[in-house]
Design a protein around this ligand. Sequence first.
Ligand code: DNO
Length: 347
Amino acid sequence: MKLSFRWYGESDPVKLKYIRQIPNMRSVVTAVYDVPVGEVWSRESIAKLKEDVENAGLIFDIVESVPVHEDIKLGKPTRDKYIENYQENIRRLSEAGVKCICYNFMPVFDWTRTQLDKELEDGSTALVYYKDQLEKMDPLNGELALPGWDSSYKKEDLKALFEDYSKIDKEALWGNLKYFLEKIIPVAEQSDIVMAIHPDDPPFDIFGLPRIITGEVNIDRFLKLVDSPSNGLTICTGSLGCTKSNDIYKMIDKYSAQGRIHFMHVRNVKILDDGSFEESAHFSACGSLDIVKIMEILHKNKFEGYLRPDHGRMIWGETGRPGYGLYDRALGASYITGIWEALGKLK
Ligand code: DNO
């Protein structure tokens, strides 16, 4: 496994030099944030990222995310232009040494939580998804924003997007995903890059918008859309594992044995009785997932892809980007490293 850590670029309060101090840290997971979704990333911005990461003694070889423009997901006539831009981004990232690109195909909103600062018993704060809170949320009132969402949408844009999505169903979304993959996977193959789709988070429809990368049956279907090793997965344990209907261990076993997992997001989540969930510390006993079992499966299948500790709580008085502080993610990284070392030695 290649241990990595997400970094949001120069404006990130978490500094690269601190990331470098986490034992066993290898790669920085980052992206170009200075161009609108769908546009081509400048070679200068890519080179600057690479330089910053390498100057800190880390490796720039994985990107999260190259976002997919809504016109591609909606299958609009303008999609071809955005797909060409996407192909160009793959080529440019490859020139800079990138080997893996993470992206998602969620309509309009990326990950969704109902509260970003829920105080847990120990005084730390975490991201939570409470069903009763969700029912009271109106994404169209323009006041709602989460760090995972594209903040450039104005109220009117959102309304138009919701209208566009009301005209397409899940089958159409599948068709649009296939169209996209058929155009980008060959470019990824030629560029020696593996694509790793992120599952929908949470893995069910939100605000009436369709979501399709949700569980085993659909992931099987996804992998067959273009049956190439370059068409692979990011397995996010907390996304797929936040509902009891997914057998996260079975999926990790199956897809890592198939060589289709290129990137692992490892975090724990506590599933509540009504289907709500709270993010928790990485340690297995803090949530509903058995992190040792997850690492054991990856170890058994000789996982060599990228892995990063995912969302951390806010602890020790840290403030910053919800889910993406330094301290708890660094604890998560060390916990994961410890498990991995033990698995290697105790066999
Ligand atoms: C949440 C992240 C996601 C992920 C995208 C990938 O914290 O895991 O926002 O980066 O879905 O495109």
